[in-house]
Design a protein around this ligand. Structure first.
Ligand code: MSP
Length: 631
């Protein structure tokens, strides 16, 4: 049995939780459940980030004391986690007394080691991000995340000598390729570290902000919110009070984060740990964002989708399923109600729900509602069984590689294989000719379904449990992956359609987003508005290589502004990988991600074909950089 310590970011309590928060927490929950069910000793941490200017301002706007504001908002997070069936082991709040103690202890330790000094500083401060930006980090003079003008603040503060650890961090990242994942995020951090690293301002004068942990060596200052927040990952497991407990869990296997908090986690946090003499977490994994149209869905941009609305209408499990199935971990994904309904109807209502319904109806009708006996076995039965015996290993491997969407896809493939097996054997006809054989077929289908449901259990804990009960499986048999655990003679439970189809004609749910309109064609022409939905941008080719076993395909890493992506293109017969590197090409950015020959592709390049020759659309004017929108 191995231990598995996983964390989510701790969420700011300046506002209500939204789908971005829900996504990370569900992901952590799903991974924890897979590990728990595989027999690992799991510690799953989540919580709230309660200090800093942003939270203080939110409290002020409500005209209440910041602690009261936190106490009230934290309840919303906890309620949502309950509603989403999140099984965390500990919920930390940065206003907890013990957390404050640990922050102070680490500050004193680093201060005494000479890694903290006092100086005057001037910088652009973004309250949304709760951090200073240097001139070169700004985009057109604005915050790169929130696109807002920033105030320049000049004040005396305490600084952490982060620059001292720059080389150590670069070496560490090179020596530990799993430390920052996915790989393109590691390259992004290494890219950032190519510039000289500045020291980190870790205090705020009380004259400007009182809401924070007081510095243990200067009562006129409070601790910078990120320096305080990152420490939650060690204070939650008793960093200073329980050595045994701390060493049992630390280092964490995974810090799950969104891509917007990469620098704080992959630069601030490891250098803080270096200074404090604490080992680094094993992997920091940055996932992409759920996007709605062209925007990130966050409160500061004002287009939030309320996950609770979806849950109330369709249930928790379908929402968990959709979020896990439709995001390729690491990349951005588009969120739309239409996509949710499509996914629900095809995977859950059709493939899974109908299978459960069919098996239960046939067993009830012809076998007195009891799991039939197994008679002679044919080749087709064996094939299904060996697929069922293989799938657990496949899923385990995918989970270890953080390919959660693939886990769902593979498991659903297995569910489809069971449906196909039913179609081929037609037990509803067979029962009239050879009841024993029909019984065997239904046993094989039901036992395979049990294995499939078990693999979906971490994603949809409550509905899979219900479906298990419908096919006569007891809770104690859930985690058993061996074939044959379904007992002949076991009585089926009460049947209830697990995923009633969603009628698509009526508006499925009202949220603050208009449904995407259909493209209208008049005389084969589209409107300018429709055309402008296609997002074209220039992209620099960083790397290209052949896709194994596919002569025509190249896997290409591109940089679009600050973002790195991977695309797959069928141009290997016309361009060698070396020809491509350095080229400025044009890419369709908002194409649905696809998996081509097992390789993920997130976008499409533009090229023209003449006389069987493919020529890429490139830009060769030096004033055009990568990330420029083409219109
Ligand atoms: N308090 C800091 C984290 C400190 S961790 C020591 C913070 N909080 S946050 O509430 O603003 O965001 C928390 C997480 O939610 C981030 O990982 C962020 O990426 C994620 N998301 C917010 N909106 C999102 C989407 N629309 N999609 C996916 N995740 C996004 O940052």
């Amino acid at each position: 049995m191995s231990k598995f310590y996983i964390t989510t970011p701790i969420y700011y309590v300046n506002d209500e939780p939204h789908i971005g928060h829900a996504y990370t927490t569900i992901l952590a929950d799903v991974l924890s459940r897979y590990h728990r069910e595989a027999g690992d000793d799991v510690f799953f941490l989540t919580g709230t980030d309660e200090h800093g200017q942003k939270v203080y301002q939110a409290a002020q706007e409500r005209g209440i004391d910041p602690k009261r504001h936190c106490d009230e908002t934290v309840v919303r997070f906890k309620e949502l986690w309950e509603k989403l069936h999140i099984r965390y082991d500990y919920f930390i709040r940065t206003t907890d007394e013990y957390h404050k103690e640990v922050v102070k202890a680490i500050l004193i330790d680093i201060y005494e080691k000479g890694d903290i000094y006092f100086d005057e500083y001037s910088g652009h401060y973004c309250v949304g991000c709760e951090r200073f930006y240097t001139e070169k980090e700004l985009l057109d003079g604005k915050c790169p995340q929130h696109k807002k003008n920033l105030n320049v603040i000049t004040e005396k503060n305490y600084f952490f000598k982060m620059s001292r650890y720059q080389q150590q961090l670069i070496d560490y990242i090179h020596e530990n390729p799993k430390f920052i994942q996915p790989d393109f995020r590691r390259n992004e951090v290494l890219g950032f570290l190519r510039q000289p690293l500045e020291d980190l301002c870790i205090s705020r004068p009380k004259t400007r902000l009182t809401w924070g942990i007081e510095l243990p060596f200067d009562a006129d200052y409070v601790t910078y919110v990120w320096f305080d927040a990152l420490i939650n990952y060690v204070s939650a497991i008793g960093a200073t009070k329980d050595k045994k407990q701390f060493e049992k869990w630390w280092p964490a296997e995974f810090h799950l984060i969104g891509k917007d908090i990469l620098t704080t986690h992959c630069v601030y946090w490891p250098t803080m740990l270096f200074a404090a003499g604490i080992p680094l977490p094993r992997t920091i994994f940055a996932h992409g964002w759920w996007l709605s149209g062209d925007f990130k869905m966050s409160k500061s941009l004002g287009n939030v989708v309320k996950p609770l609305d979806l849950i109330d209408q369709y249930g928790v499990d379908p929402v968990r399923y959709f979020l896990m199935r439709d995001m390729v971990l690491g990349q951005d994904s588009n969120f739309s109600i239409e996509a949710f309904v499509r996914r629900y109807n095809s995977d859950l209502a059709n493939d899974l729900g109908n299978l459960v319904g069919r098996i239960c109806t046939l067993i009830t009708r012809h076998f007195d509602g009891k799991i039939p006996q197994v008679g002679d076995v044919s080749e087709g039965d064996d094939e299904l069984r060996s697929h069922g015996e293989r799938i657990g290993g496949v899923v385990k491997n995918l989970i270890e590689n953080m390919r959660v969407n693939k886990v769902v896809e593979e498991t659903l493939q297995f569910i489809r294989a069971i449906n196909k097996y039913m179609e081929t054997n037609q037990p509803w006809k067979l029962v009239k000719e050879d009841k024993n054989k029909a019984g065997t077929v239904l046993y094989y289908a039901a036992e395979s379904l049990r294995l499939g449901l078990q693999l979906l259990h971490p994603i949809m804990p409550s509905r899979t449990k219900k479906m298990m009960e419908m096919i006569g499986v007891k809770a104690t048999d859930y985690a058993d992956q061996t074939w044959g655990k379904l007992k002949s003679g076991a009585k089926l439970g009460q049947f209830e359609a697990p995923f009633p189809r969603i009628e698509t004609k009526k508006e499925p749910i009202s949220i603050d987003k208009k449904p995407t309109e259909e493209i209208t064609m008049i005389d084969n022409k589209i409107s300018f508005q429709d055309f402008s939905k296609v997002q074209l941008k220039t992209a620099k080719v960083l790397k290209a290589e052949k896709v194994e076993g596919a002569d025509r395909l190249l896997k290409i890493q591109i940089k679009v502004g600050d973002e790195e992506r991977q695309i797959v293109a069928g141009i290997a017969e016309h361009y060698s990988p070396e020809d491509l590197v350095g080229k400025l090409i044009v890419v369709v950015m908002n194409l649905e991600p696809a998996t081509i020959r097992g390789v993920e592709s997130n976008g499409m390049l533009l090229a023209g074909t003449a006389d069987n020759k493919v020529v890429l659309v490139t830009m060769d004017d030096p004033t055009i950089q990568s990330g420029v929108r083409i219109s």
